[in-house]
Every structure is written in structure tokens, then in C-alpha cells.
Design a protein around this ligand. Structure first.
Ligand SMILES: C[S@@+](CC[C@H](N)C(=O)[O-])C[C@H]1O[C@@H](n2cnc3c(N)ncnc32)[C@H](O)[C@@H]1O
Length: 284
């Protein structure tokens, strides 16, 4: 315990204060691999509501998990991935190429905080974990409503909570306090991370007819994948506890992100959990 109770200089690499798009893309890819079962259910929902969608937009596409799932679900459609990050769009195109779908996927690099790209219209729009990142989400909803063809559908997806990995209790003598994860989530929530309002009212205000669904997800994963996701997520988010964390919490994170027997790679008891909510907003 004592060897972990200080914030070693050597550990500073674990406490990133800055995340690159490439790091975010890695987390998103692992999320899709492990917690991606909602993609199956949510694209099926989209296909029920917009069976003939020929033009689809993935708004805030990130590394392309949604784009690829939509291209698979709608084999006749063309999909436009929109993001402000060129790094993300390159990853989306690479993912589409890998699945042999590159011919049906194109990209628009645009920052929606400026304005909706004038020429972009669609039968189906998909905004997964992206609406809450916008400066004025309701303005963008209004723009999406206008850019949807009559009868069109917007699917909005958000994570109900940040992904968690640790079991509820630890064996006696463990250097990891299982409460660290809850405190990390609370600290991130306090700084506005992944916070979103109940979108129903805003979507209705701009004219949509709205339905809502919950997608509970227990990750299906190998220990190796769980460890990679835990390292990517905790490594990227640990900065949130900097300055406020107790020394026990710092020690816990250092142990998890270190290389010892209780590190994420070697502990073998991680269970990835994550839940999502989806809104189907129809332009009647
Ligand atoms: C958390 S990621 C979600 C990615 C993907 N939809 C998914 O569910 O895995 C949010 C994405 O929205 C993009 N984004 C954030 N603000 C944006 C803006 N103002 N205009 C366009 N894209 C934006 C980010 O670059 C990032 O790729």
C-alpha cells in the first residue's frame, strides 16, 4: 500500500489533461467492440421507422462505428459521415473500406457550432453521443429537422452513464478501492462530461414526434479487450481526479494503470457495463 500512496512522477503519464482525437477514437472503437450491441438494436429500430431510407447521415460520426452499422443495416443506402475532426473521418473511411462499404460512404468535415452544411439533407439522421457536445444543440436539432426529407427520422443516442469496469467489491488487502470509479464518474459529471438533458422536450419543440427507448448493455468481451478498454478509458479520464482526489483514489488509479498484479491487464475480474438511451424523432 505505502509504495502506492504518493503520486509518483513516473505516474504523471497516466493523468492526461489533454486527449487527442486518436486516443478518443481508440476508446470509441473499443466501446463499439465491447458495448456495441445497442448498435444492432438501434439500427433495427431505425429500419422499422425509415425502411426506405436511401440517404443517411451519421452526425458526429467519430471513428465510424455507427456509420458501418448503418451501412450494414441499410444495404441500398448511401451514408454521409459528418464530423469536425479530419482524424475521425479518416478512421470512418478506413472502417468502411475494411468492411467493403467504402463505395457507399462519404464524409463532410464541418463544425456544427458554426452552421449546418447547406447542401446536406437526408432520410435518416443518426447522432450518437454527439448532440451533447454541441454549443447549441437545439439550434442544430432545428437545422436537422429542416434538412430531413418529409417522413424522415432522427435517431439520437446517449450513454446513460460512463462505462464502468470494476467489480463491486475487492478481495481483502487489495490496493484498489472499488469506490474510485464512482468518484471518477462523479468528478467527470461535475465538470459536465457526457452530461445531456432529457432531449424529448427540445426535440418536440423543434417539431419532431418523439419516442424513447433504453438499451441496457452488459459488455461481451474477452479479458484482454476489457483491459484495453479500461486502460483507454481510465487513462484518458483520470485527469478529472487530479487536484481533488484523495491519496487513496490516486493510489487506486496508479495500481490499475500500473503493471503489477492488480493492473487492469492482470486482475482478470473486470466486467464492462454501459447503458444507453435512444430517441427516435420523426418528422411527420
Ligand atoms: C463522443 S464522439 C461519438 C462518436 C460516435 N458517434 C460514436 O457514438 O461512437 C463525439 C463526436 O462528435 C464530434 N463533434 C463534437 N462537436 C462537434 C461539432 N461541433 N461539429 C461536428 N462534430 C462534432 C467529435 O469530433 C466526435 O467525433
Amino acid at each position: 500500500m505505502s509504495e502506492h500512496s504518493h503520486h509518483h512522477g513516473q505516474a504523471s503519464g497516466h493523468f492526461h489533461t489533454h486527449t487527442t482525437d486518436a486516443e478518443l477514437a481508440e476508446t470509441l472503437n473499443l466501446d463499439a467492440l465491447i458495448l456495441g450491441s445497442y448498435l444492432e438494436a438501434a439500427t433495427e429500430w431505425a429500419a422499422e421507422l425509415a425502411p426506405d431510407a436511401a440517404i443517411i447521415m451519421d452526425v458526429g460520426a467519430g471513428s465510424g462505428a455507427g456509420t458501418v452499422a448503418l451501412a450494414r443495416r441499410f444495404p441500398q443506402a448511401s451514408i454521409t459521415a459528418l464530423d469536425r475532426s479530419a482524424v475521425m473521418l479518416a478512421q470512418t473511411l478506413a472502417a468502411a473500406q475494411e468492411q467493403g462499404m467504402a463505395g457507399r460512404v462519404d464524409t463532410i468535415e464541418a463544425d456544427l457550432n458554426n452552421a449546418w452544411p447547406a447542401s446536406a439533407s437526408a432520410d435518416l439522421m443518426w447522432a450518437s453521443s454527439s448532440l451533447h457536445e454541441l454549443a447549441d444543440p437545439e439550434r442544430t436539432m432545428k437545422e436537422m429537422f429542416a434538412a430531413l426529407n418529409p417522413g424522415g427520422v432522427l435517431i439520437v443516442i446517449e450513454m446513460d452513464s460512463l462505462p464502468s469496469f470494476l467489480p463491486e467489491s475487492m478481495p481483502e488487502g487489495s490496493a484498489v478501492d472499488p469506490g474510485v470509479e464512482g468518484r471518477l464518474h462523479a468528478a467527470l459529471a461535475g465538470s459536465g462530461w457526457n452530461q445531456y438533458p432529457e432531449w424529448t422536450a427540445g426535440l418536440e419543440r423543434v417539431g419532431f414526434a418523439v419516442e424513447r427507448r433504453h438499451f441496457p448493455t452488459l459488455g461481451s468481451s474477452t479479458p484482454e479487450l476489457s483491459a484495453r478498454y479500461a486502460r483507454a478509458f481510465l487513462g484518458r479520464m483520470a485527469f478529472a481526479l487530479e487536484g481533488t482526489a484523495s491519496s487513496a483514489d490516486r493510489a487506486s488509479l496508479e495500481v490499475l494503470l500500473g503493471t503489477g498484479p492488480e493492473s487492469v491487464e492482470r486482475r482478470g475480474d473486470l466486467v464492462v457495463r454501459g447503458h444507453r438511451t435512444g430517441w427516435a424523432a420523426r418528422k411527420l
